[in-house]
Design a protein around this ligand. Structure first.
Ligand SMILES: C[C@](O)(CO)[C@H](O)COP(=O)(O)OP(=O)(O)OC[C@H]1O[C@@H](n2ccc(N)nc2=O)[C@H](O)[C@@H]1O
Ligand SMILES: Nc1ncnc2c1ncn2[C@@H]1O[C@H](COP(=O)(O)OP(=O)(O)OP(=O)(O)O)[C@@H](O)[C@H]1O
Length: 285
C-alpha cells in the first residue's frame, strides 16, 4: 500500500483581480500550474476513530491544521452517507518543504492531498468533483489541487477550466518575509478593476500579477528580489507572495541563476507540470 503522497506547490502564472464581491472576497482570473516540488505526506489509515497529525507544523495548532480539518471533513461526509465504519481513523505525518504563506498554496495542497488520499485509502468512493466541493470550505485554492489539472480559474478560484501552459523550468525564490494574504486584499491601492477577458486574450498578453505592485510597495525585500530576478528572466509574484518565480527554458539555466542568488534569498528550482504529481501517484496505484 502506498503511504507517501505528494502535495505539490502551485504557481499563479498570471493573476488579475476583476472585482470585489459583497462578502469582501475578490473575483479573480488566474492561471494555475503545479510544480514537481512540494510537501510529502505519510498517511496511514487505522481503526482508532481519530485523526492524528504526528508531526506538528510550527505555528499551527493541531486542530487548526488544514490536513486535520480536511480529514475530519471527509470523515464526517463519508459517515453521513454510511460510506465508512464509525471507527475509521488515520495518522498523518508531513515532511514540510513549502514555505508557509509563500503564495505556493502549501496548506491548500496539503489539505487536498489528505482529501484525495484518504478517500482512496478509506475506500469512501467520493468523486474528485465532490472532494473539490468539500475542499472549497477549507480554502479557495483547495479545488484546483483536488482536481489535479493546470487550470484557468475564475470566481474566487473555484470555477476551473483545464489549461495547457508551457511546462517551463522555474527558479522559485523566497525573500525571507511573509506576506499575509488579507493585508494584500485589504490594501486600498490594490488594483481590483481589471476588465474580465477571455482566456485566449489573456494568453496572448504578457502575463502579470495585479497583487505585485502593492506587495512590492509594502515589502522592500520582495521589491529587491523581483528587480534582481528581472535582470535574468521574466519574473513575477505568485499569489499574494511572498515568493517570486523566474521562468527558464532549461533546468541548468535556472540553476545557474540560483547559484548567483544573494545570501538572504532562499530558493529552489522546479519544473512546471500540467498534471499534478498527486494524480500521477493516484493513477499509478
Ligand atoms: C490569491 C490566491 O493565492 C490565488 O491562488 C488565493 O486565492 C488565496 O487563497 P488563500 O491563501 O487560501 O486565502 P484564503 O484563506 O481563502 O483567504 C484569506 C483572505 O484573503 C482574502 N481573499 C482571498 C481570496 C480571494 N479570492 N479574495 C479575497 O479577498 C479574504 O480577505 C480572505 O479572508
Ligand atoms: N498544513 C498546513 N501547512 C501550511 N499552512 C497551514 C497548514 N494548515 C494551516 N495552515 C495555515 O494556513 C496559512 C497559509 O498557508 P499556505 O502555506 O497555504 O499559504 P500560501 O502559500 O500563501 O497560500 P496561497 O497561495 O493560497 O495564498 C498558514 O500561515 C497557516 O497558518
Amino acid at each position: 500500500m502506498i503511504t507517501s503522497w505528494p502535495a505539490p506547490a502551485k504557481l499563479n502564472l498570471f493573476l488579475y483581480i476583476t472585482g470585489r464581491r459583497a462578502d469582501g472576497y475578490h473575483n479573480l482570473q488566474t492561471l494555475f500550474q503545479f510544480l514537481d516540488y512540494g510537501d510529502q505526506l505519510q498517511i496511514t489509515p487505522d481503526s482508532s476513530g481519530r485523526v492524528t497529525l504526528t508531526t506538528p507544523v510550527e505555528g499551527v495548532a493541531h486542530d487548526d491544521n488544514l490536513m486535520v480539518r480536511a480529514a475530519l471533513l471527509l470523515r464526517q461526509a463519508a459517515l453521513a452517507q454510511r460510506r465508512l465504519p464509525a471507527d475509521a481513523g488515520a495518522q498523518i505525518a508531513i515532511e514540510k518543504r513549502l514555505p508557509m504563506g509563500g503564495g505556493l498554496g502549501g496548506g491548500s495542497s496539503d489539505a487536498a492531498t489528505v482529501l484525495v488520499a484518504l478517500n482512496h485509502l478509506w475506500g469512501a468512493g467520493f468523486s474528485l468533483e465532490t472532494l473539490a466541493e468539500l475542499g472549497i470550505r477549507l480554502g479557495a485554492d483547495v479545488p484546483v489541487f483536488v482536481r489535479g489539472f493546470a487550470a484557468f480559474a475564475q470566481g474566487v478560484g473555484e470555477q476551473l477550466q483545464p489549461a495547457d501552459p508551457a511546462e517551463k523550468w522555474y527558479l522559485v525564490a523566497h525573500p525571507g518575509v511573509s506576506v499575509p494574504t488579507p493585508l494584500v486584499f485589504n490594501d486600498p491601492q490594490l488594483t481590483r478593476d481589471t476588465p474580465v477577458r477571455s482566456l485566449a486574450a489573456l494568453l496572448s498578453t504578457p502575463f502579470h500579477n495585479d497583487c505585485e505592485a502593492v506587495v512590492r510597495k509594502r515589502f522592500r525585500e520582495v521589491d529587491e528580489l523581483v528587480s534582481w530576478l528581472l535582470e535574468y528572466a521574466p519574473s513575477r509574484l505568485t499569489g499574494t507572495g511572498a515568493c517570486v518565480f523566474a521562468e527558464f527554458d532549461t533546468e541548468s539555466a535556472a540553476r545557474q541563476v540560483l547559484e548567483l542568488a544573494p545570501k538572504w534569498v532562499c530558493g529552489f528550482v522546479a519544473r512546471g507540470v500540467n498534471v499534478s504529481p498527486l494524480h500521477r501517484t493516484l493513477s499509478g496505484l
